[in-house]
Design a protein around this ligand. Structure first.
Ligand code: ATP
Ligand code: MG
Length: 394
């Protein structure tokens, strides 16, 4: 009995104009994800089919669970579109299943097929009843849902349904630059942006020797977790030491965080231009800390006209934590290593900074050449899911 994975597209079915682009991007992403398996992938306007070897099924399912743009998938039995073949396969299949009540639901996309869906339901229902003892039809709460899809050449019978990752295929939007710290929020923000179809590059600001290599390692591990949803993630490491030291030497302590974040945004904008990215993404959440009040955000955001996506802006911390656990980044994020923001955090950061004052504070030192140097000296590493080959860098 031949089985295939039958994939139902997610939200992309609503994007009529872009449909082909969405479907071919999804197909390419699935191909990339499954490149180590011997599979055949076929697409049509409403479904994708993957032919696979039985022994690979569990591993393939795990990979598919991380591909955005898949709404639902089923492991379906394949049969020629001909009523006798469908009946015979169904009889064979139900013999091995344990159930008391069932319902048949047929979808007939091949309108040339002479039997209508309702008629097929009745016909196949009676075939099942005749060939198995002590069972009955229950149209409201069946124990076994028998789904039959009749298509032009082949038809599909399945009893299961697996939720896909949803969202849009990565690559259906231009690139975004994610500010990835070692905290809980930014990996979740990255995951959410990817789910909208945005390929994400990660940027980490470090201030060695004030921050440790353990802190960097944390960000590398988090990047690998994000790489699960795509093929590889580029992590750009910015040496932020000089800029931070100068800020703390020259600016009023209460404005240091505001100025530091304005510098980060300036560098982010430069990197976005360099890597053809269209947005900055970060894990800011309204009200979480002094630099994330709306007043602060406005003053910080003023240095760039690039869109800044803050996917977790309106989430409670507990909601963000739930997501972090779901995407398996939480345990890494709570490791205790210091981040450059926490190392330099002043006692009383300004909660409602003024733009005028922020500009005055940063006029106290010549930061432009420092930004140039930081951008020129970016160190980029490419990370794949569960890639351990970078331990020698640390
Ligand atoms: P936490 O989960 O503890 O809040 P966080 O990563 O959200 O950690 P914040 O101080 O709240 O840290 O910073 C807000 C956002 O700014 C982060 O979500 C991240 O996007 C960005 N950010 C902060 N520090 C860095 C850094 N060192 N490198 C890159 N991005 C950073
Ligand atoms: Mg935060």
């Amino acid at each position: 009995m031949k089985r295939v994975i039958l994939i139902k597209y997610g939200e992309l079915t609503t994007k009529k104009g872009n449909r082909n682009f969405f479907i071919s991007t999804l197909m390419q992403n699935i191909k990339n994800k499954l490149k180590n398996f011997d599979v055949i992938i076929i697409k049509d306007r409403s479904r994708m089919y993957i032919e696979f070897h039985d022994e690979d099924l569990e591993q393939i399912k795990r990979k598919l669970d991380c591909v955005f743009g898949i709404h639902m998938y089923h492991i379906a039995y394949l049969v020629d579109t001909n009523i006798d073949s469908i009946k015979n396969l169904l009889i064979e299949l139900v013999q091995n299943l344990d159930f008391k009540t069932f319902k048949v639901e047929t979808k007939r996309s091949d309108k040339i097929f002479p039997i209508h869906s309702q008629e097929m339901n009745r016909l196949l229902g009676s075939v099942v009843l005749k060939n198995k003892d002590n069972i009955s039809v229950d149209v409201h709460h069946p124990e076994l849902f028998i789904k039959v899809e009749v298509r032009e050449k082949s038809s599909y019978i399945y009893f299961n349904a697996y939720h896909g990752a949803g969202g849009y295929p990565i690559g259906t939007q231009p690139r975004g630059m994610l500010m990835l710290s070692g905290g809980i929020d930014s990996p979740v923000a990255g995951y959410m942006a990817m789910k909208r179809g945005i390929p994400v590059d990660c940027v980490y600001f470090e201030a060695i020797p004030h921050t440790s290599l353990d802190a960097r390692n944390k960000v590398i591990e988090l990047s690998k977790k994000l790489a699960k949803y795509t093929n590889e993630v580029h992590l750009h490491i910015v040496n932020f030491t000089k800029i931070q030291e100068e800020i703390y030497k020259n600016c009023h302590p209460s404005y240091c965080i505001t100025i530091m974040r304005r510098m980060m945004y300036r560098i982010m904008e430069r990197l976005a231009d360099q890597y053809q990215a269209y947005a900055i993404i970060n894990g800011e959440s309204v009200g979480q800390v002094a630099s994330q009040t709306l007043t602060s955000m406005r003053v910080i955001n003023e240095v760039t006209c690039m869109p800044v996506l803050r996917p977790v802006a309106c989430f409670d911390k507990l909601e963000i934590i739930d997501y972090a656990k779901k995407i398996d980044t939480y345990d890494i994020s709570i490791l205790p290593y210091e981040d450059c923001c926490t190392v330099f955090v002043p006692k009383h950061p300004v909660i409602n900074p003024s733009l005028e004052q922020a500009k005055k504070e940063e006029a106290k030192f010549d930061f432009s050449p420092m930004i140039d140097i930081a951008v020129e000296n970016i160190h980029t590493i490419v990370l794949k899911e569960s890639d351990d080959s970078f331990s020698d860098l640390l």
